[in-house]
Each structure stands twice: as structure tokens, then as C-alpha cells.
Design a protein around this ligand. Structure first.
Ligand code: GLU
Length: 471
């Protein structure tokens, strides 16, 4: 059997952290085995599904680079196929029509509960030969085997046995004819030749039912791997209360996709104590059987650490491609004016944890800032700094070669002339050039801001000092 895995989200919201991790595991499983990865959109619940959610899921998958080989298949486009299989199952006696009304089902449940029995459908329509008088509306139920066990040999959970006596006759199609989740999944996994179903362990209880239906259809059963859930630091299921749970929100907040992927894979999977993996390494090493059985705990600090790691170690070109849109949002087109973005990346990557931070810090290289940070100005732009700043201006204006080494030498000359330590000169200069006392090394800062802007900002600072500079 060739290796085929799938990701089968219900489009009822954005792609969240848990879904993305399931998708990643299924994707890695397929890639590791040289198999096929399928994307299937489970949109039969029309009330809760939306086109926006489908788009949000596709956007998240694309951003993460989880490319699919087949699909996206939409279940809403497969109703004819589900009808055909229902017809086949009815004809073969694997399914039957159940005419019980809601009232009847409620009364059945209440009586069972009064007897302290587990509420379940009691199979009263199993043996009907003809519809009751008046042919009332009916659902279609699966004729679940009544004896024996169903064993799920789960690749993560190990052997889990379910007794058929615990499983009642599942509804396959509602009174309006629409198929139910457990049925569509089975038909799709069968038709799509899925060899391994990797999904959240909230579906484990559905698995014996799905296996029984597959047997009734004479289909092979795939392997199953149920992935444990993700918890927040407080031990509760990960949710918005714990911060961002949408994949695209991490994109918005300035994370690199490879940082999130690397983080997600470590949520439950490990290879020794290695923390950082390239995608190629993951494809080579990933083994679904090594996914931990216990729930994983989401740790935003670790994700931030990984993001900084990737900002520092990826090629500047790669980071620049991701940084560009963040500057765009701030109204800057780095291609028009200012240093090549790769130089800004090299200057800032040791001091930025996210692309948002990096873009903020890169702004002075690309456009004028509005005003000096009051605290920085009060500390560094004092009457005493007017003279050294003027000396810097005079030195720099004469420079014919605007390079890091000549800039550094020029500043050292000025510091010597003015009897200042280098830092005593560099800090006011930073405020004059960037508006704040935080910037990369001063020679790099001058280099990236460029001659014209540096001289203009020095003039601006000198003018400002005439009116504001205090002793
Ligand atoms: N559509 C289901 C969900 O989003 C997943 C079903 C499956 O993977 O079998 O939870």
C-alpha cells in the first residue's frame, strides 16, 4: 500500500496551533515516506463552515509551506458519492432506515437513564421489513456488529480495544439525507486510499465506528495515529486565553514560518535533545511512532527563542523577504530609498526577536522620525553636546569615503578633539540620528542611514539644541 496521509480540517475558523501541528505531522509522515499528502476540507456542516475559514486555512498552510499533492477536496462536492455508498449499504443490509421520532428517542434515553443504563439507540428499527404507516421521515443507521471487539493499533497510543456492545447503530445520514461526519470520513479515507490517518485524539472514540463501517464496505483499514492535545501553561486545553492560537496571528506578530514549524514539531515529538531542525532534517528524522502519548504544553517563550534563532541564522535574503511587508505596513518601501534590506537585517538581527521589532528598529534607515524620545533627549541632547555634534558634522561633511572604517575613524578623531570617551559621543549621536539612544553599532548606524540623511539629521539636532538644549 503506498503511503498516503491527509489533513482534514473542518472550516469553522482559522488554522489554529493544534490543527497546524496535526497537519505538520501528517505532512512530515508523507514526505518522510516519499508518499502523498492530501488536503480535504470537511465542510458538510454548512451552518458552521465558511469560505473565509477555508481561505484562512489555505493561507495558513501556504505560509507554513505545508504543500499538498492532492486536493483540496471539498466534501460538499461529494454528496452524490456519499448517496451512492449509502444506497449500496442499504442494499447489502449494512445500513437500515430508522423511523424513530425525536420524541421517541428522547423517551428511550430517559428510560435508559432511569434504569442507570448508558443512553444509546436500542436498535428497534433494525428488523423492520417495511416502513411504518404513513412512511414518516427516516434517518439511515449503520448496522454495527453486536459482538466482539474492535482493536485500534494506534501508532501513538498503542493497542486500544473497544467492545462492539458499547457502540450503538450510528446515524449515517440525517432525515434530510445529509451524511454525517463519521460516514463521510470513512468514504473519503477509503476513496482517497489513505494509508495512515493522523488526527487529534479527540477523534479516538470515532475510530472503532469508522473501522466497522470500512469493514462493512470491504475496504482496507488505514493505520491510525491519534495525536494528544496541546495544553496551556495552566494545564488547560490551549485556547485564546493563553494568547495567540491562530497560525496567521504568528505571521502578523513577526514570526518566521520555519520558527513556528520547528516549534510545532517539538510539541510532542523529539529526537534526542535536539531543539533546532531544518526542514530537511525533519523530513529525514520524523517518525510518527515517536510522538509522545502525553499532552504537550505550549510555551510561548520557547517559540520566541526559536524565532530569534532563525532571524539570526537564516540568510539575510530570506529574512529580508519576510521583513519587507512589515516595513510596507509602516508606510516604507525599502526598495525606493535607503540601504538594501539585507544590510538592515544584518545590522538588526542580533537585537530583534520578531520581524515587527526589526521593522521598527529599521525605520530610521528608511525615513525621518518625528521627534526625539523625551527621556533620551533630556539625557543626551544637552547644551554640552552641541559642540561635539557640530564637530561630527564638520568631519563627516568632508568625508569622501562613506564606509564603516572611515566613519569609525572620523568619530574617534572627534571624540579625541572634544576630550570625550567614545560612548559619550556615540549616545548623543544616536539620539540625533535615530530619535532614541538604541541603535546598532554607531558606524553601522551611520553607514545605513547614509550620508545625506546623517548630515540632515545632524543639522536638525543642532537647530533643536539652539532652542531646547539645556546645560
Ligand atoms: N474534520 C475533523 C476536524 O477538523 C477531522 C477529521 C479527521 O481528521 O478524521 O476535527
Amino acid at each position: 500500500m503506498s503511503v498516503r496521509s491527509r489533513f482534514a480540517p473542518s472550516p469553522t475558523g482559522y488554522l489554529h496551533i493544534g490543527g497546524a501541528r496535526t497537519a505538520l505531522f501528517a505532512w512530515l509522515y508523507a514526505r518522510h515516506h516519499g508518499g502523498t499528502f492530501i488536503l480535504r476540507i470537511e465542510d458538510t456542516d454548512r451552518e458552521r463552515s465558511s469560505v473565509e475559514s477555508v481561505n484562512a486555512i489555505l493561507e495558513g498552510m501556504t505560509w507554513l509551506g505545508l504543500s499538498y499533492d492532492e486536493g483540496p477536496f471539498y466534501q460538499t462536492e461529494r454528496f452524490e458519492r456519499y448517496d451512492a455508498v449509502l444506497g449500496q449499504m442499504l442494499a447489502a443490509g449494512h445500513a437500515y432506515r430508522c423511523y424513530c421520532s425525536q420524541d421517541e428517542l428522547t423517551a428511550m434515553r430517559e428510560a435508559q437513564m432511569a434504569r442507570k443504563d448508558k443512553p444509546r439507540y436500542d436498535g428497534r428499527c433494525r428488523h423492520l421489513q417495511t416502513p411504518p404507516p404513513g412512511n414518516p421521515p427516516s434517518v439511515i443507521r449503520f448496522r454495527n456488529p453486536q459482538d466482539g471487539d474492535v482493536v485500534v493499533d494506534d501508532l501513538i497510543r498503542g493497542r486500544v480495544a473497544f467492545s462492539n456492545s458499547e457502540l450503538d447503530d450510528l446515524v449515517l445520514a440525517r432525515t434530510d439525507g445529509t451524511p454525517t461526519y463519521n460516514f463521510t470520513v470513512v468514504v473519503d479515507d477509503m476513496d482517497m486510499g489513505v494509508s495512515c490517518v493522523i488526527r487529534g485524539d479527540d477523534h479516538l472514540n470515532n475510530t472503532p465506528r469508522q473501522i466497522n463501517i470500512l469493514h462493512a464496505l470491504g475496504a482496507d483499514t488505514p493505520q491510525y495515529a491519534h495525536v494528544p492535545m496541546i495544553l496551556g501553561a495552566d494545564g488547560k486545553r490551549l485556547s485564546k486565553r493563553h494568547g495567540a492560537v491562530s497560525v496567521m496571528q504568528y505571521c502578523e506578530e513577526g514570526y518566521l514560518p520555519e520558527a513556528l514549524l520547528n516549534y510545532l514539531v517539538r510539541l510532542g515529538w523529539s529526537h534526542g535533545d535536539q531543539e533546532v531542525f531544518t526542514l530537511d532534517e525533519l523530513v529525514a528524522l520524523f517518525d510518527v511512532e515517536r510522538v509522545n502519548r502525553a499532552a504537550a504544553v505550549f510555551n510561548p517563550d520557547k517559540l520566541l527563542w526559536l524565532n530569534q534563532h532563525y532571524l539570526k541564522t537564516s540568510t539575510p535574503e530570506h529574512v529580508a523577504r519576510h521583513l519587507g511587508p512589515f516595513l510596507g505596513r509602516l508606510g516604507v518601501d525599502p526598495a525606493l530609498d535607503g540601504p538594501p534590506l539585507t544590510q538592515a537585517v544584518l545590522a538588526l538581527r542580533e537585537r530583534s526577536k520578531t520581524l515587527v521589532e526589526m521593522a521598527d528598529k529599521a525605520l530610521p534607515f528608511y525615513r525621518e522620525f518625528e521627534s526625539y524620545e523625551p527621556a533620551a533627549a533630556a539625557k543626551h541632547l544637552t547644551a554640552a553636546t552641541a559642540e561635539p555634534l557640530l564637530a561630527v558634522y564638520t568631519q563627516l561633511e568632508q568625508l569622501t569615503d562613506w564606509s564603516a572604517s572611515t566613519l569609525q575613524a572620523a568619530l574617534e578623531t572627534v571624540a579625541g578633539q572634544c576630550h570625550l570617551k567614545f560612548g559619550q559621543l556615540a549616545q548623543p549621536l544616536r539620539v540625533a540620528l535615530c530619535g532614541s539612544a538604541v541603535s546598532p553599532a554607531i558606524d553601522t548606524t551611520l553607514l545605513l542611514i547614509g550620508r545625506g540623511r546623517v548630515l540632515g539629521r545632524l543639522q536638525r539636532a543642532l537647530r533643536w539644541l539652539e532652542t531646547h538644549g539645556t546645560a
